[in-house]
Design a binder for this molecule. Sequence first.
Ligand code: DX5
Ligand code: ZN
Length: 219
Amino acid sequence: MKKIQISPSILSADFSQLGKEIKRLEYAGADLIHVDVMDGHFVPNLTIGPPVIKALKKNCKIKFDVHLMISPVHKYIEAYSDAGADIITIHPEATDNLSASISKIKKLKKKAGVSLNPETKVDIIQDFLDQIDLVLIMSVNPGFGGQKFMPEVLDKIKLLKKIQRQNNLDFDIEIDGGINFENSKIAIEAGANILVSGTTIFKSNNGDIKKNIDLLKSL
Ligand code: DX5
Ligand code: ZN
């Protein structure tokens, strides 16, 4: 079994102190930093873009797990790569040519992730799974932090694990949305090895992020 990794979403951090918040996460044992990029078009919310990511990345070593909720995504992949993204995750609905977008990410020597919304089926990425480094399963509809976890998406994780076993594949499975101390165990049992969490990490236990990261890992 792969080691469980925690990728805190900075969407729930104090945006006026983002650099410090990332340092705090690094010291608290985060494995990755999950950066939610939203365009007000693919999802009904707006966040940050390449200049902010570049400035934040300059001061830290931790890998950036950049979740692009933007459409059309293809022409912006290079900008996020240049800004310092280590993992670039895109949604299939946001590109005309998923294969070309995955290849572009790989050519830039970044890890390529593809994200499935709660209603998006695994079939859509089935033919590309041998080129993908990571599948991000959304357990809420993308756009906002603090939403309720949708347990029905766990079936897709189980299906992905089965496909992995049958085809000897090794991509990571990340889950994003509404992860808390109650559901992290079932997400891991289903086969997720990277947990994204915003609200639970920044708000539980009076914002004790080290305790919250440790708890998510140990459940
Ligand atoms: C939702 C984002 C998530 C979100 C997670 O569109 O992709 O990464 O910020 O936050 P919580 O853990 O609060 O659901
Ligand atoms: Zn996300």
